[in-house]
Design a binder for this molecule. Structure first.
Ligand code: ADP
Ligand code: MG
Length: 694
């Protein structure tokens, strides 16, 4: 239950006076549905009202504060014309212009013959100096009421500054004084004010500096949010660990059989991470470990070995993947590697329906299936394992945090291994995983040559096509990735269709396959299988092939409109080639003129294949908002914290959270109520439910 003290700010925005359903909807779209969301809607700009020129000296377009005498009211001659009030100082006359204004209101506000201080934007129309709808009108003795600088907020279509400003003020007025959740000594050292004072100050920037992320008030609020995030993650992790894990100690039999069957030796990097993973599993604690390894580093066989350890001990393992294609591919790979092993591997995806699905579920519940590979379909409630001991989640960045937790409930004490090829800078991984243990898979299987990466303008498309054709005639296989048209799948597909048609015409019948997200699952399988088997030499694709697809025989990756892809995506795509012993080629085709960022991205791609460097450059080029805003990435979005600008705070928050829970795991101590309020304030309610006395 949300603490009562927070009730006032968890009211809907329409609870504010003057915010009806229409305005409420606009605000909701912009900031969120509760008053607290308005509190988090911080200003991004300033209006400086300290500029006080004469009327004649007030430049067009500027916000100015003028001291004038009211000379004359000119009521609107008709409904379409404005009401005007003429005012002047010793230098010139200014017309205050009002549309849809009430005369008696204006007569009271601007009495003829009186002096008034007015502030607003100046507009020059021919010889006339105007100020349409002044923001402020005050009598000279009330000039103190005029704010020196005023915050401006991000707006949305249909929502103007004034009502939003008023709504924010209304929300702020509802904020309670909350008990302090931050550590006293730390707070004193930072010289930060209380939460409420910091919030008010952040909405009343005194100057440009107060809008920057390093403004102390903004830092305090950011820290609060990061602490809430880290605390929630640490609690989730503690809860997972508390459910007394189990010691997985197989006899090594299956693992020895696998090692004997492998067509290669494990690399040193693979052995190192396996050692970490297996010793974690052998402990009676629950494992919660992230395996980070660049594209093509060989994570699959690591996962398989770990899963065999679970099977050896008489239990089951689950292998979760984000796409159907990947699930099929893993089924093929694992089945082949485990061909002689006495185990049963099964797949469960959205495609398994009806009776056959029920049969699979029965076998799973019976313990006849040892390794279950699946997509989101594994999350479904009726999927019950007999004895799940290990869950591996592949390409984790495609899943949300919530889903990860859900799966954890399937095996009461199941160990969890999440794998990702998207190298995440340390600070960012902290926001997602908190204090999760991390294993880094260094190096790549031997014999890999660097991919030869080239970029060229689309105007040379014919040359590229001819080159690919020559290569395929010599036995090569190529991926051809088609332009990504943002938010327009229809156009995406049209482009892929068209390229498929032209290439098929050129290369001859049956040589070119097509795969995209809108195809039926079976068609996708067929297209993939034909390419794997070498029946088709070129596979034209949208980005469905981005994650995890493994066709070692493919050596060419052509990417059309490379300038439209992000760095991480380009890196993933390129990772599809150069996986075998043969030289891989990556062709980045771009449309001219190339923007600055796109140029930089392509240069980095040519420069390096180091996924970590690419990830860091990506972050630098993109800035944070965009990177973290993407829902697909599974990153939480922050309202106040900026993971780049507040990196230092992230680390402190992590340590703080750990310390808090070490001393008071159930948040029952003196700081407990405040910390609980913090979790609710940032809507980390799920974490609170994990507390014993939650
Ligand atoms: P990722 O880490 O991207 O998931 P995969 O597990 O798909 O990488 O492995 C990439 C390729 O490397 C696969 O074709 C796999 O068979 C091969 N591979 C994995 N480990 C080794 C190894 N130790 N020696 C040689 N090839 C390996
Ligand atoms: Mg993989």
């Amino acid at each position: 239950m949300r603490p009562e003290i927070l009730f006032p700010i968890f009211k809907p925005v329409t609870a504010l006076k003057g915010v009806g359903p229409r305005l409420g909807q606009l605000i909701e779209r912009l900031a969120g549905k509760n008053l607290v969301d308005l509190c988090w809607h911080l200003p991004t700009g300033l209006i400086d009202r300290r500029f006080r020129p004469t009327v004649a000296g007030a430049p067009d377009g500027m916000v100015a504060t003028l001291t004038v005498t009211v000379d004359e009211h000119i009521p609107a001659p008709n409904r379409r014309q404005p009401y005007k009030v003429l005012c002047s100082d010793e230098t010139a006359t200014v017309s205050l212009v009002f549309f849809n204004a009430k005369a008696d209101y204006l007569e009271k506000l601007l009495p003829i013959g009186m002096e008034r201080v007015i502030s607003g934007q100046i507009g020059h129309y021919g010889a006339e100096i105007q100020m349409p709808h002044p923001d402020h009108v005050v009598a000279p003795d009330k000039v103190d009421e005029l704010p020196a600088v005023e915050a401006t907020y991000p707006l949305t279509t249909g929502l103007t500054a004034k009502p939003l400003h008023r709504a924010v003020q209304g929300a702020l007025a509802q904020t309670p004084d909350l008990p302090e959740w931050q550590d006293g000594a730390w707070l004193a050292k930072q010289k930060w004010p209380s939460w409420r004072a910091a919030l008010f100050a952040a909405h009343e920037p005194g100057g440009q500096a107060a809008l920057e992320p390093d403004d102390p008030h903004r830092r305090r609020l950011a820290y609060d949010e990061l602490l809430g995030n880290q605390l929630a993650l640490a609690m989730i992790r503690n809860a997972a660990r508390k459910r007394a894990g189990r010691a997985i100690n197989g006899d090594g039999g299956l693992r020895r059989m696998l090692a004997a069957a492998l067509p290669y030796e494990l690399t040193e990097g693979q052995r190192d991470v396996l050692h970490e993973i297996q010793s974690d599993m052998a402990k009676p604690l629950r494992m919660l470990r992230l395996l980070q390894g660049d594209v093509g580093s060989g994570k699959t066989v690591v996962a398989l070995t770990a899963m065999l350890a679970a099977v050896e001990s008489g239990a089951q393992a689950a292998f979760m993947v984000p796409t159907e294609i990947l699930a099929r591919q893993h089924l093929d790979t694992l089945s082949e590697l485990c061909g002689d092993l006495p185990i049963r591997i099964q797949i469960l995806t959205g495609r398994n329906k009806g009776r056959p699905r029920l049969a699979i579920l029965d076998d799973l519940a019976d313990g006849q299936i040892d390794i279950m590979i699946g997509t989101h379909a594994l999350f479904t409630e009726d999927v019950v394992f007999k004895d799940l001991a290990l869950t591996v989640i592949d390409e984790q960045h495609r899943f949300g945090v919530h889903q990860r937790l859900n799966l954890g409930d399937k095996g009461l004490a199941a160990d969890i291994l999440v794998m990702t090829a998207t190298p995440i800078p340390r600070t960012l991984s902290l926001t997602v995983y908190g204090d999760m243990d991390i294993s880094l898979l260094h190096g790549k299987p031997p014999g890999r040559q660097p991919v030869d990466t080239r970029s060229m303008p689309l105007s040379r498309l014919d040359q590229v096509v001819a080159g690919v054709q020559r290569a395929t005639q010599n036995g090569a296989r190529a991926f051809w990735v088609c332009p990504l048209v943002e938010e327009n799948e229809q156009l995406d597909l049209a482009a892929a269709d068209e390229r498929h048609a032209t290439l098929a015409r050129l290369f001859g019948p049956g040589q070119v396959g097509l795969i995209h997200g809108r195809m039926k699952a079976r068609e996708k399988d067929a297209a993939m299988a034909a390419f794997v088997a070498g029946e088709t030499k070129v596979l034209v694709a949208t980005t469905v092939i981005e994650v995890g697809v493994d066709v070692p025989e493919a050596t060419i990756m052509a990417i059309e409109h490379a300038e439209r892809f992000g760095l991480a995506q380009l890196h993933q795509l390129r990772g599809r080639v150069g996986r075998g012993a043969q030289q891989g080629h990556c062709l980045l085709l771009y449309a001219e003129p190339l923007g600055e960022t796109a140029r930089a991205r392509i240069a980095i791609m040519r420069d390096t294949e180091d996924g970590f460097r690419i990830a860091e450059e990506d972050l630098r080029l993109r800035g944070t908002g965009e990177l973290l805003g993407t829902r697909q990435s599974g990153f939480p979005t922050f309202r106040l914290a900026d993971p780049l600008a507040h990196q230092d705070l992230m680390e402190v928050a992590r340590d703080d959270a750990r310390l808090i829970l070490e001393m008071d795991p159930d948040l029952e101590g003196p700081r407990g109520p405040a910390l609980r309020a913090l979790l609710y304030l940032f809507e980390r309610d799920t974490a609170v439910k994990l507390l014993r006395s939650g």
